[in-house]
Write a protein that binds this ligand. Structure first.
Ligand code: CO
Length: 136
């Protein structure tokens, strides 16, 4: 049997229209702490990571109209956008998806936020959920 490549939930990403309001809500209602904020120009998003034990809730908002998150919000509205699974080896996990005949969004691992290495798996392959493979 193959070794389990998914070592932890890295983050659950939620697309929001107003990042500041969403952060304020988590802080006021749950006392949540912002562990990290970043604008990821290449993805056209701004994100805030709220610490939940060793994982994060990632609040995501578009910074450009052509960002995939902008399209998501326009089509589906606010809500769960993707699940980030922590892996030891992003390239190996991505290859495993391809070997199983799965569709990927990133053909090769690329830089993500917080200095991570990431790759996305197409939701058509992964039962309707966009998956991000995250290597720290
Ligand atoms: Co993510």
């Amino acid at each position: 049997m193959m070794k389990d490549m998914l070592t932890e939930i890295d983050h659950v990403a939620i697309a929001v229209n107003d990042l500041e309001s969403a952060i304020a809500w988590y802080q006021e209602v749950f006392g949540a702490t912002v562990a990290h904020r970043e604008r990821v120009e290449s993805d056209g998003v701004e994100e805030a990571l709220l610490a939940v034990a060793d994982s994060y809730v990632q609040l995501l908002t578009p910074i450009r109209d052509d960002s995939p998150v902008a399209k998501y919000l326009a089509n589906k509205g606010e809500g769960l956008h993707h699940v980030g699974y922590r892996v030891d080896d992003c390239a190996a996990a991505l290859q495993s998806v391809k070997d199983a005949g799965g569709r990927v969004i990133d053909e090769a691992p690329r830089p993500g936020s917080r200095g991570t290495t990431v790759a996305f798996v197409h939701p058509k392959t992964s039962f309707g959920t966009l998956i991000e493979l995250v290597q720290e």
